[in-house]
Design a protein around this ligand. Structure first.
Ligand SMILES: Nc1ncnc2c1ncn2[C@@H]1O[C@H](COP(=O)(O)OP(=O)(O)O)[C@@H](O)[C@H]1O
Ligand SMILES: N[C@@H](CCOP(=O)(O)O)C(=O)O
Length: 315
């Protein structure tokens, strides 16, 4: 992107927003886990809109047209009746776009943070969070992106309630990334309007257990607690990695603690897919990528290894 002609940039407004893995299996639209892969933005008022982007999907992040960060920024200020100062954004992105890792949540939250700061809106953190959740349409990734750890969220009449736990857990978060992206909107359109009662009850039971597992650091519960019956079965056809990798959750269950194989705690679709999240007892186990590639039958499959993030930084 072309350079801003702003000569004296001064201290930038700085944002660092994590990727998120929503749902964690059964917690559809309710649970999200913040991951230590970041969208980092430095912003200054300038004489026009400029974006310089580096990192993952840098070409998409640097686009000025239909850019979710900028459209959110301009729209929030338009609704507030404030003329949006033009901005120069310096972006470094580590979050894969359209892969089920919450890139749109981080972009929306960034747009709202920028609007609040440069439009002097004076909003509280809660107002910023609620605005971004309303715009995303479901609170799970946005709330985890802001608050970090494993965040449970509930949106009722545009009012958000949240609770966070597990921010200090050192479990490994391993993401199997197929080559093609999948728009969340498309993956949501595959879900039925109603569900059998037994599927709903099974998901309520799993979700309750899953929250307890994160709150108490009970990795032994994840294999059972990450089972889902309300979105993953319907998304398998557009997320072909999922049926190949779900059995990995069972592979560790029978291992003797003496065997030095990476201990897999649980497996789920990451967000709306197509990536798959594999949680391990240890952070970044070096033997796991090869195990995942073998199960997927794809030697060149990308595997990202990361850990739990504490959430957003701003200022
Ligand atoms: N850093 C970013 N800059 C601009 N647009 C972004 C950014 N991150 C995400 N987006 C927009 O969000 C879309 C992906 O959102 P979505 O389909 O919900 O997938 P996910 O949130 O799982 O990555 C991208 O195609 C792009 O339009
Ligand atoms: N609960 C949502 C989560 C979407 O997450 P994303 O990272 O894929 O945008 C859903 O499952 O649709």
């Amino acid at each position: 992107m072309s350079q801003s002609t702003t000569t004296d940039r001064g201290k930038p407004y700085h944002l660092r927003l994590p990727a998120t893995s929503a749902n964690l299996g059964p917690g559809f639209d309710a649970l999200g886990l913040a991951m230590a892969l970041y969208l980092t933005i430095d912003a200054w008022v300038a004489d026009g809109f400029y974006i310089e982007a580096t990192g993952r999907d840098a070409d998409l992040c640097a686009r000025l047209e239909d850019n979710l960060i900028l459209t959110t920024y301009v729209d929030v200020l338009a609704v507030a009746g404030v003329l949006a100062p033009r901005l120069h954004l310096l972006i470094n992105n580590e979050i894969p776009l359209g892969m089920g890792c919450g890139s749109s949540a981080s972009a929306l939250l960034a747009g709202v943070f920028l609007a609040n700061h440069f439009g002097n809106l004076g909003w509280t953190g809660q107002q910023i969070l609620e605005e971004a959740c309303i715009r995303e349409g479901h609170p799970d990734n946005v709330a985890a992106c802001y608050l970090g750890g494993m965040t449970a969220s509930l949106m009722s009449k545009n009012s958000l309630s949240t609770s966070t736990c597990g921010e200090n857990l050192i479990w490994g978060l391993n993401l199997a990334m197929p080559p093609a992206s999948l728009a969340t909107e498309k993956a949501r359109a595959l879900l039925p309007a109603t569900y059998p009662r037994e599927d709903v009850v099974a998901n309520i039971q799993s979700t309750a257990l899953l929250v307890a597992a994160f709150a108490q650091g009970r990795g032994d519960l994840l294999r059972i607690a990450m089972q889902d019956r309300i979105h993953q079965p319907y998304r398998m056809k557009v997320c072909p990695l999922l049926p190949l990798l779900l059995p990995l959750a069972d592979s560790s269950a029978t291992l003797s603690p003496k065997i030095a194989s990476p201990r897999i705690l649980g497996v789920a679709l990451s967000g709306a897919g197509p990536s798959v999240l594999i949680i391990t007892e240890d952070a970044k186990p070096s033997a796991l990528p090869a195990m995942i590639r073998e199960a997927a039958g794809d030697e060149s499959l990308e595997v990202l290894q990361t850990t739990i993030s504490m959430g957003a930084l701003e200022g």
